[in-house]
Structure formats: C-alpha cells, structure tokens
Design a protein around this ligand. Structure first.
Ligand code: PBG
Length: 319
C-alpha cells in the first residue's frame, strides 16, 4: 500500500518517534580507543588522538578514560631505537611491555588490546624482516608470534596482529597456547587493505616504510572476494574476532564479513578517516561531532560488532 496510506515521514516527526524506531545505536561498550606510547609525551594539537604519551602520562590518560566509561584501549608502542629485526617488539622491557604492566597495575578491568606488528620497531619500517629486498613471510612469523606472547606475559587481554603475513594467526595461536595463554583471544586484522588512509598514523607511529610500500602484503583495495578468503583462513587458524580495516571506504567488506561469518566482526576507523573530518571541521566545512557520530553509526549499521576509533574518548563525552 503506498501513498497516501503509507507516509514514511510519520515516524520521523519527533525526536521521540525517531528514537523509538532507530535501528542502530552507539554504545560505548562497542568502542576501543587507540593510544600511542613512547618515551616522552608529545601532543598533537591538530589531531589530539594521534598524540603520544610517556608511560606515566599513559597511566593518567587511562585513569581519565576509565572515569569516562571507556572499556577498552588498543596500545601502540614507539620504541626509542629500531633495528632490522624489530627486536623492541618482543623485548620483555620494551615500551609496550612496560606500558602494559604500568596500566595493568592500576586498572585490573580496563581491556588492554595490543597491536602486534613489527613496523614500528624495524629500522626499515616494514611489518616483517627483509630478505633479498622482500618481507620474508615465514621468518617474520616467529618474531610476530614471540611479540604476541610477550604482550600476553605483560598483561594484554587480547592481541591484534596487523602485519598481514600468511599464517600469522596460526603461529600466534600455537605460541600463545604453548606459553599457557590459551585464554588470550586473537583479534585478527584479517582484511587489512594497503590504504592511503593510514597516513597520519604512520607519522604518529614513525612507521613510514623507508623503501617500497606495503602492497606486497596488505590487500588490494579493489578486492572483496579476496577479503573473504583472508577472513576464512584466519577463522580456520583460530582467530576469535575478524577485523576489517579501514572502515568507511570498506563498508561493503564489513557487510560481507557480517553475512558470511558468525565470529564477531570489528572495524578500524583509521587515522585518515579521523583526520579528514578534523581537517574539514577546522576549516568550518563540517561539524565534527555530527560527522563523527554519523560515521560511527554507519560502521555499526554495516555490521561491525565493535569499532576501534580515535573518537572513542570524545564519544564517551558525547553520549
Ligand atoms: C601497523 C598498523 C597500522 C595501522 C594500525 N596498525 C599502519 C600500517 O599498516 O601502515 C593503521 C592505523 C591507522 O591508520 O589509524 N601495521
């Protein structure tokens, strides 16, 4: 039955009516705040969430986030020194390991997720070790798995491999199990695209590759069937959560993941997505809060169960 019997505007007339029929809601429980930790605090006035904290200031920030109701953070470490093998990533006294212990001591309940990757720790900025000018897959797996175990030992609640090497979820699962961490979940960045939207992150994390790019391991933005194969192998290797990244340019991938898999699906609303809105808002071209809430709602509507977003702290104040 159509017009005049059907009038879709009837349910849009008032805020109350719109609230009654709203299909997607934002709940702080579904958001993860990324945080950068380094040897000294360095603010970023244009992109506040891309600033970095010393360990002491990270603990203070964690206190504030917890007070605001944020449930989960995702930690990235920026080491003082980098080398060919990214040894700072799996050093028991590395920046992330120290940060985990410091935050854990004050916050038994705050969920501490860690990014597991070598790129912030290697002198060449790639996500694995280089052999004959290429990132060597199988050799990198051992170092990545060692990194995940050292995060678990230092108190991580879940590890999030983001390197896109083949077989890393399986390698991490068996290394965690062998070390007695069979209860530590793996949130796999299963479909991670070789994206231009990581620009601000790479500045913040000092992980711009010194030669070449990441297209030999991260996914081609043109492909969605291949993303489903990536998700499938990660599920088979034992991933507990499948994450798609970036989020907004890949809503179709999030939707396809949701339809095909019963595992929780997560999305990473990356630095470039955040920076675009910030830049436009700074010029008066957009309202940041409205654009952010619309973006995050769209990511949830597409099918993400939870979202990693630089707006998580703001969201805690907006909701
Ligand atoms: C590490 C990693 C990256 C991001 C998360 N983990 C950068 C990259 O792959 O170059 C990007 C996050 C963002 O842009 O917000 N491999």
């Amino acid at each position: 039955m159509s017009f005049p019997v059907t009038r879709l505007r009837r349910l849009r007339r008032t805020d109350r009516l719109r609230g009654l029929v709203r299909e997607t809601r934002l709940d702080l429980d579904d958001f993860v705040m990324p945080l950068f930790v380094g040897h000294s605090t360095q603010g970023n006035p244009d992109l506040p969430a891309m600033g970095r904290f010393s360990i002491d200031d990270l603990v203070t920030e964690a206190d504030e986030l917890a007070r605001l109701g944020v449930r989960a953070v995702l930690l990235f470490g920026i080491p003082e020194e980098k080398d060919e093998e990214g040894s700072g990533a799996y050093d028991d006294e590395g920046i992330i390991q120290l940060a985990l212990r410091a935050v854990r001591a004050r916050h038994p309940d705050l969920l501490l997720l860690t990014d597991v990757c070598l790129c912030e720790y290697t002198s060449h900025g790639h996500c694995g070790v280089i052999r004959d000018g290429e990132v060597a897959n199988d050799e990198s797996l051992e170092l990545i798995a060692r990194t995940a175990v050292s995060h678990a030992e230092a108190g991580a609640d879940a590890v999030c491999p983001s390197d896109m090497m083949d077989g890393r979820v399986g390698a991490i699962r068996s290394a965690l199990d062998d070390a007695g961490f069979e209860q530590t979940p793996i949130v796999s960045y299963a479909a991670k695209y070789a994206s231009a939207f990581y620009g601000p992150f790479r500045e913040a994390a000092e992980s711009v590759p010194s030669f070449g790019d990441r297209r030999g391991y991260q996914m081609d933005p043109a492909n969605v069937r291949e993303a489903l194969r990536e998700l499938d192998v990660d599920e088979q290797e034992g991933a507990d959560v499948l994450l798609v990244k970036p989020a907004l340019p890949y809503l179709d991938v999030i939707r396809a993941a949701r339809e095909r898999f019963d595992l929780p699906v997560a999305a990473y609303n990356v630095s470039g997505e955040y920076a675009m809105v910030k830049a436009a808002a700074a010029r008066g071209w957009m309202d940041e809060r409205a654009a952010a809430l619309e973006s995050l709602t769209a990511i949830k509507r597409a099918g993400a169960d939870f979202v990693v977003s630089y707006w998580t702290k703001d969201l805690a104040q907006w909701l």
